[in-house]
Ligand binder design. Sequence first.
Ligand SMILES: *Cc1c(COP(=O)(O)O)cnc(C)c1O
Length: 399
Amino acid sequence: MTSSFPSNRSAPSPVYPMRRPIYLDCQSTTPLDPAVLEAMLPYFTEAFGNPASNSHSYGWEAAAAVKLAREQIAAAIHARPEEIVFTSGATEANNLAIKGTAEANLAKGRHMVTLATEHSAVLDPMRYLQTLGFEITALPVEPDGLLDLGKLEAALRDDTVLVSVMAANNEIGVLQPLAEIGAMCRERQILFHTDAAQAIAKIPLDVQAMNISLMSLTAHKVYGPKGIGALYVRRKAPRVQLAPQLHGGGHERGLRSGTLYTPQIVGFAKAVSLGVVQMAVEAERLGSLRDRLHRTLLPLGGIILNGHPSQRLAGNLNLSFEGVDGQALLLALQPTVALSSGSACTSAKMEPSHVLGAIGREAALAYASIRFGLGRFTTETEIDQVAEQVKAAVMALRA
Ligand SMILES: *Cc1c(COP(=O)(O)O)cnc(C)c1O
């Protein structure tokens, strides 16, 4: 695969007159693959029809593109096309999965189980349900970020409606044991939802083998466009009962009304297909770049890896730097490399990440953490440059 970074970094731009920083924030979002853009373009212009218009060729053409995209996305997770519900992204898919199963299964119970390290797009819908009288168990994780299956088993009850555990963590990259969780849920006839926003086309996903009932997907973490995603909803053995959260024209079998966004859907499918084809080779390449970065930084000393050393995404490296202020480090690196830290600005004040808190990092170390998110367009030269910059910045800040 010969890909080049889609934007010309040395081109003059009104915002960045200088060389743009090296992009290492691929767990936040990824650049669109040029091949994805190319696949999308005709559906903005000539092929602009509404896929729901069945009385003319404009509609048929758009409907055919959506049908193919649905088949491609379903195939990537071993689902059937009719089990894919298009949404605006993983946030909406998570909301539909969580609130939709809560509402449709009131007769069974009002208890749900999730992880303390989930994305806010899972935790916040759960908190909302709590205000409506639901009981939520947010399980702790082990120091390596993984769920202890014994703790999950102990948390399951007769009135448990849903278990929601993410496939890959967006901060520390750890991969949860989906197949084992799926088997446990299936045995007890409890629905199993997984937020796979960081996992699709990065690690193998199989809704059959893993006994997954619902899976949230998004395009923009895998070199597709923003604003499009999907919820996989199992229709057989057993069929998932789900209440729609957006009512209207009855699109997507009544589960998500709204005119389908054809160009985004086509781009989403193209991105997923491209990702699946190169998944194994790319994971190997990214894993070795990530390890190279880690290895180069280790001689600095006082570096702590956040998350399991091997059970994690190939493109993620989350490190805490002892004796360094994370904000100062980020600031020092800003001109040369685009990164995220282990803290987030919530309502104008800095708070250490809830994920790093859940794996036992005290606030100081959580503040002093950096997430390196490598991706398809990251090169070895860039990694070596970043390593040098980080080493210099850490030594200067510690001096
Ligand atoms: C990015 C992300 C989301 C949100 O996805 P959107 O498509 O941006 O709404 C949800 N969960 C995880 C784990 C993510 O990484």
